[in-house]
Write a protein that binds this ligand. Sequence first.
Ligand code: IDP
Ligand code: MG
Length: 138
Amino acid sequence: MERTLILVKPDGVRRALVGEVIRRFEARGLRLAALKMVLAGKDLVEKHYEEHREKPFYGSLVEYLTSGPVVAMVIEGPNAVQASRTMMGATNALEAAPGTIRGDFALSIEENIVHGSATPEDAQREVALWFSPDEIVS
Ligand code: IDP
Ligand code: MG
């Protein structure tokens, strides 16, 4: 059993893909353990993406993530991190395989609909960053 953090990013919310993203994870057998809509502040997003602080796209990335509400969720199941990453597809949506969320709904390397933790260690850190323990339902 594993938990991971998923965000429907502001472009996904604007394009009304929240239900579609949740539907796919649930249909696959991953269980929702927490769910909320958040207008994320700069501080939270900067912490979330701190690994990218030195990248040339960091400023633009933080602006994108704070450009509107995101829907944050914790999903759980066996190998939830790997399973959800595979379902999301490649970071560059142009290269994401059809059948993946990014491959079906996006074309951009930046505006790519969803975030999912990349490793179980990242997942632990990110779940704790976005949710307090009492918001997660076992
Ligand atoms: P991931 O979301 O697939 O884990 P990361 O490399 O962790 O990809 O990058 C985080 C986010 O930063 C991406 O989802 C995307 O929104 C954005 N991003 C990544 N690489 C680039 C880039 O080269 N240009 C612009 N935005 C990028
Ligand atoms: Mg990443």
